[in-house]
Design a protein around this ligand. Structure first.
Ligand code: MSP
Length: 511
């Protein structure tokens, strides 16, 4: 296992306020960052997020708002930063593509690829969708409409610069498929279905070279090409580079150096399924052309729908994360997003489903286990946790089962997270322990042990509950940091510090 870990999220367009989709990736990345910090130490993990601030989309909304693009993005970026603060996202850095460090780096990278001959000048004639900033090949167009947004395409002819994707097509196919000599490469594009999708695309289509410039007269809001001041850089070529511009530099020989995008680091990139092609085709080829290593994993997660409908500004159903957090708390929001759907599949966001998870998993299961245990310690042991060496004490079958499950819990969580990024499965394993421990309380009926003055069995029993909760507290920390802190505060010392129940049930009206 690598001894360092670098995790990235996409950089978000600052053309509108952040919504649940953006917060989803950041919460997932935050969970992995926290998890790895616990294992590798905090100095061995780097977590990058940021904002994508150039391009047509941004220019258009800035124009509509009557502001200069930079003035406009300066305003929106605050909303993203505030949301990450509110969610206690533990990113180490926040990159903005308008920052000098990034702009200079992109120009250097362009120059390197240009000097190498992988960028060339050519005439571009094609059908262009302005809102999507995409040229479409004739073969994909129907009635002059954009295949994506269905708006009218424009015919455009201009001089531009092209990046030789085609030259690298076979290299990329081989790289993805080479799992025999490099078995870990099976994790390169995840989940497996997405890997197949990318391979299928590459094997059945001839890659066309990518137009990576825009003439200044059509779009001024971008990074000028160092070798042609009449052009700015296509926003995706600019944006993808953030992952390396934030953490390293080229030396005089054009060799890239970084503490994080480096060979002894596990590099994991989380993206939404809609931007997989950019990350699994353009980005690997850009890296290869620059002589820079590939990431270990590019993981494409699914999309959140709202009440079964696609979330969009025009539908007016965009979920504002801040409102949900104010209502339920950070940890409930995190728990819901990570638990309700396996990472990689689409989810449905609704108030009812959060309340269901809240009252079930959090109030009835976790909250209840902690509260009843603390109450017993208070009542039977004057608030002092009985000292029991649980692992040396024999229990009945159910007690032994709990013991072996809590011993194994860290391994189960590790297996679910390490390559699969299966947050839902990991939480499921933790909740399995919560469920069998709650069940054990019903089975043992400790109040009878008290009545019958069975001191030793009672002590062993309470000791086991306390140990199970301690283990649960440790394992949920990356997912629900505040809850873990509260568990450790209440049950971490010799004496308990009982607080109000963690997740008081939410009453719902009977339908
Ligand atoms: N700026 C580009 C990314 C450049 S990365 C070098 C971009 N930005 S975005 O703001 O439009 O989208 C950012 C991310 O949010 C994408 O990963 C996208 O999948 C994700 N989501 C947007 N809406 C979403 C949902 N409704 N649900 C889940 N994720 C969604 O694309």
């Amino acid at each position: 296992m690598a001894n360092k870990f670098y995790i990235t999220t996409p950089i978000y367009y600052v053309n509108a306020s952040p919504h649940i989709g953006h917060s989803y990736t950041n919460i997932a990345a935050d969970t992995l960052a926290r998890y790895n910090r616990n294992i590798l130490g905090k100095d061995n993990v780097w977590f990058l997020t940021g904002t994508d601030e150039h391009g047509q989309k941004i220019k258009k909304v800035a124009d509509e708002a009557g502001l200069a693009p930079l003035e406009f993005v300066d305003k929106i970026v605050v909303q993203f930063k505030d949301l990450w603060k509110k969610l206690e996202i533990s990113n180490n850095d926040f990159i903005r593509t308008t920052q000098d460090r990034h702009v200079k780096f992109v120009q250097k990278a362009l120059q390197i690829v240009y000097d190498k001959g992988d960028i060339y000048e050519g005439k571009y004639e094609g059908w262009y969708c302005t809102p999507c900033e995409t040229f479409w090949p004739l073969s994909q167009i129907n009635e002059n409409l954009c295949p994506d947004c269905k708006r009218l395409l424009e015919k455009i002819s201009e001089t531009n610069f092209f990046f030789k994707l085609s030259k690298y097509q076979n290299w990329l196919i081989k790289y993805i498929k080479d799992t025999e000599r490099n078995p870990e490469r099976i994790h390169y594009i995840q989940p497996a279905a997405r890997r197949n999708e990318v391979l299928g695309f590459l094997e059945n289509n001839k890659l066309e070279d990518l137009c990576i410039s825009r003439p200044v007269e059509r779009l001024s809001w971008g990074i000028p090409l160092p070798f042609s001041p009449k052009h700015v850089t296509y926003v995706w070529f600019d944006a993808l580079i953030n992952y390396i511009s934030a953490v390293g530099q080229f030396d005089a020989q054009n060799i890239y150096h970084s503490d994080w995008w480096d060979k002894d680091v596990k590099v994991v990139q989380l993206v939404g399924k809609d931007i997989l092609r950019h990350h699994a085709v353009y980005w690997p080829i850009m890296l290869e052309a620059l002589g820079i290593r590939q990431p270990d994993t590019i993981f494409a997660h699914g999309w959140w729908m709202f009440e079964q409908d696609k979330m969009s500004k025009s539908r007016g159903n965009v979920v504002n994360p801040a409102e949900v957090i104010d209502k339920f708390g950070i940890d409930v929001y995190r728990y819901f997003l990570l638990r309700d759907v396996p990472f990689g599949l689409d989810g449905n966001f609704s108030q009812d489903s959060i309340i269901k998870r809240f009252n079930g998993d959090l109030a009835n299961d976790l909250g209840n286990l902690i509260y009843r245990t603390l109450t017993m310690i208070e009542k039977y042991y004057a608030g002092k946790i009985p000292q029991v060496d649980v692992y040396e004490t024999p229990y009945d079958a159910s007690g032994e089962n709990i013991k072996s499950k809590i011993k194994d819990l860290h391994r189960e969580v590790a297996l679910s997270l390490e390559w699969g990024n299966d947050f839902s499965l990991a939480l499921g394993k933790i909740w399995e322990v919560i469920a069998i421990t709650n069940k054990y309380v019903e089975e043992i009926k400790p109040w009878n042990l008290v009545k019958e003055k069975k001191d030793k069995p009672l002590k062993d029993f309470i000791g086991l509950l306390a140990e199970a909760i301690r283990k649960i507290g440790i394992q949920i920390a990356p997912f629900m940091p505040k809850t873990a802190d509260s568990i450790i505060l209440q049950l971490g010392g010799q004496e308990i510090k009982k607080d109000a129940p963690l997740f008081p049930r939410i009453e719902t009206k009977k339908k």
